[in-house]
Design a protein around this ligand. Structure first.
Ligand code: NAD
Length: 392
């Protein structure tokens, strides 16, 4: 079976799906590995290093002809057009928010396997959990970016020239990224507070050194699979209002809140921005074209408000640490690939819970239970969440 790695096409994407170390592992398992020339350049993995590990370095069209094509992110239209029926594509395909791509992969007869659909609570899926590996990197980098942008110190410093008080950092959303942001800000010496709608995050936040903030106006909001549920409009307003007073007391806010398949919840409103002191810094990890956790944040841009608040729309953070992010993703994708392979060939089993979780399209249809098309008439569409869908 030929497993190929293609160069990512998304603007600014520097990660690569396999690093040379993983090539050796896949070859040992009897797989042939093809790598598009230049695929690892953005993460400093040379063609030579892939060749030394036993891969064949090939053109893009040869790589796209592999039996299994590995990517980090989503394929662009030209890549999808080059795929043929019966091929397998594995990547972070975001099928919950990319219905058109999912449909086109199904129409092309491609078996799409999405790394972001891995059932993360299954113990055997842990080594394949790319959402966690990439969120860890993003949380770490978000704290570093905040520290760099902040015009004061993070730690308490006592010097002959005076004493600097430690920065007060607030982390909103205590998932994988939030926990790493807390830990990193703490290691830099900041005083860190944290908040999340899932009550179980209190002990997790405290275990990495944060003081947990509890809101009286919003009850627990855990959803399915360990994720948060979307808040109702009333809850959202109450949360925003109560958070404003907490936000105002902090120098730095790092927001990481997400609800799968939906727009990121808005946590920092205009009122909250106005209540912050000039010189405060906000890193919005939820920044997206559809809006983020912070009003006015723009992905990939840094904005300074008229009140002197710096808002950093921190999208694509894992790609800003391409070597580490690629190495981790490579381990995740190799673990999944080897799990799906028997005697050097792909052996998909729809009855396996893990596989049923990740296989999105197969045999020309959309097969994932949470995406199945509503039947009859005309052009079928993906099932949409009932409130706040992101696919408008
Ligand atoms: P995520 O990226 O989906 O969301 C980040 C955080 O935002 C979550 O903690 C969520 O509760 C929070 N959030 C959502 N809406 C909010 C709001 N309105 N206000 C404040 N916070 C809000 O989360 P994630 O990092 O992908 O992790 C989600 C869950 O998956 C966690 O429970 C995590 O422990 C769990 N997980 C489990 C495993 C495992 O069992 N092995 C592995 C990875 C993650």
């Amino acid at each position: 079976m030929k497993v190929s790695v293609v160069k990512e096409t998304a603007p600014g994407e520097r990660r690569v799906a396999l690093v040379p170390e993983a090539v050796v592992k896949l070859r040992t398992a009897g797989l042939e590995v093809l790598v598009e020339s230049g695929a690892g350049d953005g993460a400093w993995f040379t063609d030579d290093s892939y060749a030394e590990a036993g891969a064949s370095v090939v053109s893009r069209s040869d790589a796209l002809a592999g039996d299994v094509v590995l990517m980090v992110g989503r394929p662009d239209a030209a890549t999808v057009a080059a795929l043929r029926s019966g091929q397998v594509l594995i990547g972070l395909l975001s099928p919950l928010t990319e219905p058109d791509l999912t449909r086109s992969l199904a129409d092309a007869g491609v078996t799409a396997i999405s790394m972001d659909m891995i059932p993360r609570t299954l113990p055997r899926a842990q080594p394949m959990d790319a959402l966690s590996s990439q969120a860890n990197i993003a949380g770490y980098k978000a704290a570093l970016i905040a520290a760099t942008e902040f015009g004061r110190f993070f730690p308490l410093l006592i010097t002959a020239a005076g004493t600097a008080r430690p920065a007060k950092v607030l982390v909103l959303g205590v998932g994988v990224a939030g926990l790493q942001a807390i830990g990193t800000a703490r290691r830099l010496g900041a005083l860190v507070s944290a908040y999340d709608v899932r009550p179980e995050t209190r002990t997790e936040a405290e275990s990495v050194g944060a003081t947990f903030i509890e809101l009286t106006s919003v009850g627990p909001a855990g959803g399915e699979g360990g994720y948060a549920r979307a808040l109702t409009d009333d809850e959202r307003l109450a949360q925003q209002q109560e958070l404003t007073a907490h936000i105002a007391r902090h120098d730095v806010v790092i927001t990481t809140a997400q609800v799968p398949g939906r727009r990121p919840p808005l946590l920092v409103t205009d009122d909250a921005l106005k209540a912050m002191a000039a010189g405060s810094v906000i890193v919005d990890m939820g920044a997206s074209a559809l809006g983020g956790n912070v009003v006015g944040s723009v992905p990939g841009q840094t904005i300074v408000t008229e009140h002197g608040i710096t808002i950093i729309g921190a999208s694509a953070l894992p790609s800003s640490m391409p070597a580490a992010a690629s190495a981790m993703y490579s381990r995740n994708v190799s673990a999944l690939l080897l799990y799906l392979t028997k005697d050097g060939e792909l052996a998909l089993d729809p009855d396996d819970e893990l596989q049923a979780g990740v296989v999105v399209t197969s045999d020309g249809g959309i097969v994932h239970p949470s995406l199945r098309e509503s039947p009859p008439a005309g052009q079928p569409t993906l099932a949409q969440p009932d409130e706040g869908p992101v696919s408008e």
